[in-house]
Design a protein around this ligand. Structure first.
Ligand SMILES: Nc1ncnc2c1ncn2[C@@H]1O[C@H](COP(=O)(O)OP(=O)(O)OP(=O)(O)O)[C@@H](O)[C@H]1O
Ligand SMILES: [Mg+2]
Length: 273
């Protein structure tokens, strides 16, 4: 059996439900708990994560193709070349590394970006204890199997019916692909767009598929950090959104096994009442 060293977390859900915000809060949690090294991947072509965590990036995978492999240097294979470029595109920040997938320049090139992402997950990601991905609104990455072998799928929903439908489609699709999903965590974020109530029957539909549930309140501090362009990583530990995420993550990640070696495992699936 091959040993996989990194614990992979993919954050997904409908557009605008708070995926990037939740990714930022999970990143803050991992850093606060000393769970390093962490590779954060912005796998959403609209590239919002660097701004949220206050990082300037030079290169994205989508941009690589333009000045890409010309085949002249026959001593390097195309895949080695792109692997090298992917490594060069990683921004090294104080507490984590960041890789931005970005948007391919030409038409029909998403499989190229996704192939590189798959390559990164198979190779570079092994150097990290945690790999955290902010995935796009649709099912692009799952359907192209680039989020295969996910230890924790974080499904973000707000109060809207559409967000529940999207989440349901994602888990349905994940079940029909070869993607191995370890655990699923449902995040009820903000309950914006409704009167604050979440319809119980929609929730129950998803509870069938989820192992953990975290309710993150609508937090004015999150909003003001965004408006003031402050990194979400600096949000106070007692901000209501961070507190909720942090308490939820404590239940998911077994901190007592907080040593630097070995595979990181989530606890056994809890019994549903
Ligand atoms: N818990 C929260 N409290 C207050 N504001 C929030 C909360 N979660 C998200 N927001 C705000 O909602 C907006 C959308 O959040 P975010 O960008 O994280 O969503 P997204 O799902 O990543 O969107 P997209 O699909 O466009 O990438 C942002 O302005 C963000 O600050
Ligand atoms: Mg986003």
């Amino acid at each position: 059996m091959t040993e996989k060293k990194s614990f992979r977390i993919a954050v997904t859900g409908k557009g605008g439900v708070g995926k990037t915000t939740i990714t930022g809060l999970i990143l803050k949690y991992l850093i606060r708990k000393g769970l390093k090294p962490v590779l954060v991947i912005d796998a959403d072509p609209s590239i919002n994560l660097p701004d949220l965590v206050g990082v300037n990036f030079d290169d994205s995978i989508g941009g690589i193709r333009e000045n890409g492999f010309d085949g002249k240097d026959l001593s390097v294979s195309k895949s080695d070349f792109f692997q090298y470029k992917a490594e060069c595109a990683i921004s090294e920040c104080d507490d984590f590394d960041l890789l931005v997938m970005g948007r391919p320049e030409g038409p029909g090139c998403y499989c190229f970006v996704n192939n590189i992402l798959r390559n990164v997950l198979d190779t570079i990601s092994r150097n990290y204890r945690f790999v955290l991905m902010d995935c796009e609104a649709g099912l692009e990455h799952l359907s192209r199997r680039t989020t295969r072998d996910i230890d924790l799928l974080v499904l973000v929903v707000d109060g809207s019916r559409k967000s529940f439908l999207t989440a349901k489609t994602i888990v349905d699709l994940a079940g029909s692909l070869k993607t191995r999903i370890g655990r699923v965590c449902l995040v009820l974020n903000g309950s914006r767009g409704t009167d604050g109530k979440v319809t119980e029957s929609w929730l129950n539909d998803l509870r069938e598929f989820s192992d953990f549930e975290i309710t993150v309140p609508n937090d004015p501090e999150v909003a003001s950090f965004e408006t003031e362009k402050k990194s979400i990583l600096r949000i106070p530990d007692d901000s209501t959104a961070y507190k909720a995420m942090s308490e939820g993550m404590d239940k998911i990640l077994p901190l007592k096994n907080n040593e630097n070696s070995g595979i990181y495992r989530v606890p056994a699936k809890p019994e549903h009442a």
